[in-house]
Write a protein that binds this ligand. Structure first.
Ligand code: AMP
Length: 209
């Protein structure tokens, strides 16, 4: 199964993708995670994208498409995947069609007010990338990852100024993909509001159909 997760930043794509891939046995491919790893490791790609990401902008299409193409060519991606955070523009969606066509695009529908609260409370493990929320999904011990004891940090782009830019960018460049996939008959929209287990249940129902 090849799935795309669509929705605004803070819609819960990463959280639900983490839970879904465990059950589906597919790789969770997050372009945001791949870019963050590149930044952390100080690779040439990381140096190019660091400032763009911190400001909440989009990495240029050609860099993003090349990264995804390389990742989808890896062995584990042959059985399918959950693509989280890609495509984010129409040219990216067109390029993906040329690499591997997705079966469905799952759109997580969440209102702006909720998204801002989710992003500003989000904490991420510096070593394994697990996502928490100070109120909705707190770790057992404040500031420490339940899985590997890693330090929890606030992403640069989860700070207020960057959140604003990301939401605007989403509306302008990414939201048109909802129509794009709908016209292809591939769109599944689910209500993204609620606890992760609840949203996961809705997702499972939607993909069974
Ligand atoms: P995310 O973790 O999906 O919120 O992505 C974090 C940041 O990585 C985004 O705000 C962009 O700067 C960059 N990024 C991730 N995916 C893409 C993409 N498909 N196209 C362009 N930039 C991206």
């Amino acid at each position: 199964m090849k799935l795309i997760f669509l929705g605004p930043p803070g819609a819960g794509k990463g959280t639900i993708a983490d839970l879904a891939v465990e059950k589906l046995g597919l790789p969770h491919i997050s372009t945001g995670d791949l870019f963050r790893a590149a930044v952390k490791n100080g690779t040439p790609l990381g140096l190019k994208v660091k400032d763009i990401m911190a400001a909440g902008g989009l990495v240029p299409d050609e860099l993003t498409i090349a990264l995804v193409k390389e990742r989808l060519a890896e062995k584990d991606a042959a059985k399918g995947w959950v693509l989280d955070g890609f495509p984010r523009t129409i040219p990216q969606a067109e390029a993906l069609e040329g690499i591997a066509s997705a079966d469905s695009a799952v759109n997580f529908d969440v209102a702006d007010g909720i998204v801002v609260g989710r992003l500003s409370g989000r904490r991420v493990c510096r070593s394994c990338g697990k996502i928490y929320h100070v109120k909705n999904m707190p770790p057992r011990k404040e500031g420490v990852c339940d899985v590997d004891g890693g330090e929890l940090y606030i992403r640069d782009d989860d700070k207020e100024a960057a959140i604003k830019v990301r939401l605007e960018t989403y509306r302008k460049q990414t939201a048109p993909l909802i129509d794009w996939y709908d016209k292809k008959g591939k769109l599944l929209t689910i209500d993204g509001v609620g606890a992760p287990a609840e949203v996961l249940g809705r997702f499972e129902k939607a993909i069974k159909k």
